[in-house]
Each structure stands twice: as structure tokens, then as C-alpha cells.
Design a protein around this ligand. Structure first.
Ligand code: AQP
Length: 341
């Protein structure tokens, strides 16, 4: 059976981009067709300046939202990254396979480090190395597929390169995974700046729809979305990024084809109204389920505990193999130590 792994960072409140680009596909397709693991990657949440209490809160909220979006712990494994030591264990080994040049070429590193420096802040070393931790997240589980939005495709490419390099140098250890992207809404753009991704770690703003936004807030944000000069509704990523973004969102929420939908509208106003309605309807069941789950925090904790146990058992053998293959001496087992005393 195909093994699938993907994760989400608790760096901010989850957005419509996270939902349409990743979570929805995990719930609707991946958990039914594959042996799937989904993870709140909290260690990745510390690569930029963070507040510990907020990180804890967002980790819990992220896990609750994964379940609210339809992940079923009877069908897939849901857990928190830092609950499974194997991720960090493997990450260091992979750092010994990666090069600093590879890390510095990562677009997210370039963008986020530039943003951090522009604010006068310092750049954490973990921002440079976190793609290696992401590779460890994926390779520890022998994942065949990694369903992600378009912005993470480069990191999955790096993961492939590291797996191939490790296997060639130290013997076959890792499955070489591939990224799978959704057909529509692989990159939902900011409604106020449709040339930038709708990202959750940016300052909250009218261009970002959060999964827990009230319907009237969603409507206001969509109705105020920046559109393009001209009047014709047409799907054209280069010339009409604002309208194209709305068409992608509408298509993702209604199951239509964004190009064909473009032909069906004569005004920006009608497109915005239908998009707002479609987003509100898409988020309604997620928000309702989130409310129920918040009333039962013990259930979420139990799911995470069971998930971590399962994940640990799956990752351990592969990480142990990688340690052996790269030349680390296996630890002496406890009974043998006792006998020698
Ligand atoms: N705008 C998006 N459109 C489509 N897919 C998206 N994803 C994220 N944003 C969009 C996908 O959601 C999954 C989890 O994302 P993440 O937590 O790894 O990272 P992020 O949401 O991109 O947020 P960051 O890195 O904390 O900060 P920003 O927001 O500044 O980039 C991934 O599969 C991702 O592709």
C-alpha cells in the first residue's frame, strides 16, 4: 500500500490556502487510499522568532483543525512531530549528507531570511536547516508520496536528492518519495496581493482567509479582494492574477474547472459574491466540527497520544537502519550490559 506523509506548521492560524492546497486532499483522498500519516510539525514552528505559549496553543489548534477537516484517526495516523524523537535523530544524520549550498538555494529560506533581516532581526540557523528536518520527517516513514501545496515542492525535491545520495553512498535505506500537488488551488494567493502566497505566518490581514474566520469576515475579505485592471473575467495567471486566484478558489470549493468558470462570469462583482458563498459553505462543516472537538479536548489528546505511539513504531526501524548504514555503532542492549557487570 502506498505510504503518504505530510505536515503542517503551527506558525499561525491555518488558512484557506492550507485547507485547499493540502488538508482537504488529505481528508478526502489520501487517508482512504493510502497508509497515511499527518503531523503537526511543531519543531518547524521554531525556525523564526516564536512565543512558547502561542506555539503550544497553535499546535493544539492545528491538530484539532486537522480532525475537524475530516482526518479520521481510524483511517490515518495524526500526531505531533516533537512527540516522536526519530525526526530529530534522523535530521542530524541527513545534515551530514546535505550541503550548505543546497540549503541556501531554498526559496523559503531566501524569502524568510530576507524578511527577518528587513525587520532588523537575526536569522535562526534552524531556518536554514529546517528543510533537512522536513526530509527526515518524510524519509523516517518510508513515504512514497508527499501531498503538498506548490510552495513545498522544492523541499520535497531536496528530500529526494538526499535520499538518493544517502542510498548511493551508504546502501539502500530510504524510499525516494515524490510530491503530489492538487490539480486546482495548489497555490492560493493573498487576496490583497495576488502575486504573493496566502501565508499563515504573515501578519494577519484582510488578504488572508483563516479557517476559523466567521462567515461575515470571510465575505468581507473576499468581496474586498484586489482584482485586476480591465473588466473581463478571464483565467490568466500572468495578466489577471487577482481574478485567476478567485477562479481557482471558487473551482476548488465547488469542484469546477477554473478556466471554464471564467467564461461563465461577466462581472467581477458576481464572481466575488459566488466565491464568498462557496468559501463560507466549504468552511462551515470544518468550523462546526472544530467547535465540537474543542468541547472534548481529552479526545484530541488521546488521538495524538495514540498517533505518536504508532508513528514511533513505524519510524524507529528506518532511523536505526540509517544509523547503522552511516557507520554509527549500535548501542549495547540493556540485558547484555547487565550480564557484563
Ligand atoms: N497559499 C497556499 N496555497 C496552497 N497550499 C498552501 N499551503 C500553505 N499555503 C498554501 C500548503 O499547506 C501545507 C502546510 O503548509 P505549511 O504549514 O508547511 O507552511 P505554510 O502554510 O506555507 O506556512 P509557513 O511556512 O509557516 O509560513 P508562510 O505562510 O509564511 O509560508 C503545505 O502542504 C503547503 O504547501
Amino acid at each position: 500500500m502506498t505510504r503518504v506523509f505530510s505536515g503542517i506548521k503551527p506558525t499561525g492560524h491555518l488558512t484557506l490556502g492550507n485547507y485547499l492546497g493540502a488538508m482537504r486532499q488529505w481528508a478526502a483522498v489520501d487517508q482512504h487510499q493510502a497508509d497515511a500519516l499527518f503531523c503537526i510539525v511543531d519543531l518547524h514552528g521554531m525556525t523564526v522568532d516564536h512565543d512558547p505559549a502561542r506555539l503550544r496553543r497553535l499546535t493544539r489548534q492545528g491538530a484539532t483543525l486537522l480532525l475537524a477537516a475530516g482526518l479520521d484517526p481510524e483511517l490515518c495516523t495524526v500526531f505531533v512531530q516533537s512527540h516522536v524523537d526519530e525526526h530529530a535523530r534522523l535530521s542530524y544524520v541527513l545534515e551530514c549528507v546535505a550541503t550548505d549550498g543546497e540549503m541556501r538555494r531554498m526559496i523559503q529560506y531566501k524569502e524568510k531570511s530576507a524578511r527577518e533581516r528587513a525587520r532588523g532581526g537575526s536569522v535562526r540557523l534552524s531556518l536554514l536547516t529546517y528543510p533537512v528536518l522536513m526530509a527526515a520527517d518524510i524519509l523516517a516513514y518510508g513515504a512514497d508520496e508527499v501531498p503538498v501545496g506548490d510552495d513545498q515542492a522544492q523541499h520535497v525535491e531536496l528530500t529526494r536528492d538526499l535520499a538518493v545520495r544517502f542510498n548511493q553512498r551508504y546502501g539502500h535505506t530510504f524510499v525516494v518519495p515524490r510530491a503530489t500537488l492538487p490539480q486546482v488551488a495548489a497555490r492560493v494567493m493573498n487576496l490583497q496581493d495576488p502575486t504573493s502566497k496566502m501565508g499563515k505566518s504573515e501578519d494577519s490581514g484582510p488578504g488572508i482567509v483563516y479557517l476559523l474566520d466567521e462567515p461575515d469576515v470571510v465575505r468581507r475579505k473576499v468581496l474586498r479582494a484586489v482584482t485586476d485592471s480591465g473588466r473581463e473575467v478571464a483565467y490568466d495567471r500572468e495578466a489577471r492574477p487577482g481574478v485567476t486566484n478567485l477562479l481557482e478558489i471558487l473551482a476548488a470549493c465547488t469542484g469546477g474547472n477554473p478556466e471554464a468558470l471564467g467564461d461563465a462570469y461577466e462581472s467581477y462583482g458576481a464572481l466575488k459574491k459566488d466565491t464568498a458563498d462557496a468559501v463560507i459553505e466549504a468552511l462551515r462543516p470544518v468550523q462546526a466540527r472544530h467547535k465540537e472537538l474543542c468541547a472534548d479536548p481529552g479526545y484530541v489528546e488521546e488521538v495524538l497520544q495514540r498517533g505518536a505511539q504508532k508513528a514511533r513504531a513505524m519510524a524507529r526501524p528506518t532511523v536505526d537502519s540509517a544509523y547503522r548504514a552511516i557507520g554509527l555503532l549500535p548501542p549495547v542492549a540493556e540485558p547484555a550490559l547487565n550480564a557484563a557487570r
